[in-house]
Write a protein that binds this ligand. Structure first.
Ligand code: HAM
Length: 418
């Protein structure tokens, strides 16, 4: 019979991948908590309009990459391609404006984009991210970047670069848009059919079109030259804070990011270890998003990191996860009740315990214990039951010692780090 495979572009996590996933989750939420972010858990499905209104009609994400379907009631639904829009929807719906500002949340969950799968690019992938609302202070932009940076530092990752730019606000945009359209009109014939349309609808999206050449993009006007004084000051303040926070960064005036909701600060952290899909995380400010989704004007800033990409970097840099040691329980059939009870006691004390399920002779049970890389095997036979004792065998040194049953927990704790 044919076996069933996973869907193209979707991935299973097991073994080292799953262990690193768990370490990432723990570390990132730990760092986010240290900056005052609380976890938010949101649905994977939203009304399609949420993304077309926030990420933008002319973006590759909305135009080409969304998993969109109609439900039995003819409503258009979409598997979220990213989570900022969902957090903004939740902010408005749940009246988070009534909480003290800045209102800070952190999330981790699956996202879906119908892209061509390749190294570091999947159709189903996980994002960890943070969003902070209600404050347009440049300190918050710098703090969000610092949070991302400190989280990555916890893993001792080498070869990371923070790239940052400002794309201004809606008051800076008209002048920039005009300059961009003038420049692009001169190259009209070279543009792909999507970009010819974008020239009318949303020319800034041409800057992140994968089909247009780097030479063309590099030759175009830069947002930084069209910033009003207020936006320029904001950007300078962000970079000054980064300097005082000791965060190495590089201003990259070609960075615009492929989502429509950004204003002012945009940034990415890229890694040499990722090949062509080199962005480990991306983010920025989105001061009009809440209002464009029908809420009261509320600024926001955040970032999201691709968990699969971080796992790839960590594996390339030989990251290891410290495994918890295993205690194995071998017993004679007549001692099974005692074996179960002992296992429960030591599990309750926080140890990982495997009880042999096949039983049989001790030699075979010890072989199975060795195969599991157990640190200790506890041996329980009839004579041990009669004397309220247990045998504890160190699997590395082969040393075996009889101890009183009541001393077991202390004996394990003493030996744990030996
Ligand atoms: P984004 O740049 O589209 O931004 O995605 C953020 C990160 O998600 C990327 O840097 C990458 O690591 C990962 N990622 C994106 N697409 C894929 C894929 N197909 N396969 C694997 N990983 C992927 C956002 O989504 C914004 N919501 C970030 C943000 C939060 N801005 C402000 N707040």
């Amino acid at each position: 019979m044919d076996t069933i495979k996973s869907v193209k572009g979707f991935k299973d996590f097991f073994g080292l991948d799953a262990e690193i996933f768990e370490a990432i989750e723990k570390t990132l939420f730990g760092v986010a908590e240290a900056y005052g972010y609380k976890r938010i858990i949101l649905p994977v499905v939203e009304y399609t309009e949420l993304f077309s209104r926030s990420v933008g009609e002319e973006t590759d994400i909305v135009k080409k990459e969304m998993y969109t379907f109609t439900d039995k009631n003819e409503r258009s639904l979409t598997l979220r391609p990213e989570m900022t829009a969902s957090v903004a929807r939740s902010y408005i719906e749940n009246h988070f404006e009534t909480y003290p500002t800045p209102f800070k949340v952190a999330y981790l969950g699956p996202c879906f984009r119908y892209e061509n799968p390749q190294k570091g690019r999947y159709r189903g992938f996980y994002q960890f991210g943070v969003e902070a609302f209600g404050d347009d202070s440049p300190l918050l932009d710098a703090e969000v970047i610092s949070l991302a940076f400190s989280a990555l530092q916890k893993f001792n990752i080498k070869g990371l670069k923070v790239k940052i730019n400002s794309i201004g606000c809606r008051k800076c945009r008209p002048n920039y848009r005009k300059a961009l359209v003038d420049a692009l009109t001169q190259h009209y014939d070279e543009l792909c059919s999507d970009c010819k349309r974008r020239l009318e609808t949303n020319p800034m999206r041409i800057l992140d079109c994968k089909k247009e050449s780097k030479e063309l993009k590099d030759s175009l006007p830069k947002t930084i030259d069209y910033l009003r004084d207020e936006c320029k000051d904001h950007f300078n303040a962000v970079t000054n804070y980064l300097i005082s926070m000791n965060i190495p960064y590089e201003v990259d005036n070609t960075l615009v990011r492929g989502l429509d909701y950004y204003t002012r600060t945009v940034f990415e952290v890229i890694s040499e270890d990722l090949g062509s899909q080199n962005a480990l995380l991306g983010g920025g400010r989105y001061d009009y998003l809440i209002e464009e989704l029908g809420g009261r004007p509320t600024p926001g800033v955040g970032f999201a990191l691709g968990v699969e990409r971080l796992i790839e970097i960590l594996k390339a840099q030989k990251f290891t996860v410290k495994e918890k040691s295993i205690i194995y329980i071998a017993y004679q059939k007549s001692s099974i009740t005692k074996a179960i009870k002992v296992a429960q006691t030591i599990r309750d004390a926080g140890f990982t315990v495997l009880v042999d399920t096949k039983c049989g002779n001790f030699k075979n049970q010890l072989e199975r214990s060795a195969k599991r890389n157990a640190k200790f095997t506890i041996i329980i036979g009839e004579s041990e039951i009669a004397s309220n004792t247990l045998q504890i065998k160190n699997m590395a040194t082969k040393e075996q010692k009889e101890i009183k049953e009541v001393e077991l927990l202390n004996a394990l704790k003493e030996r744990q780090n030996a």
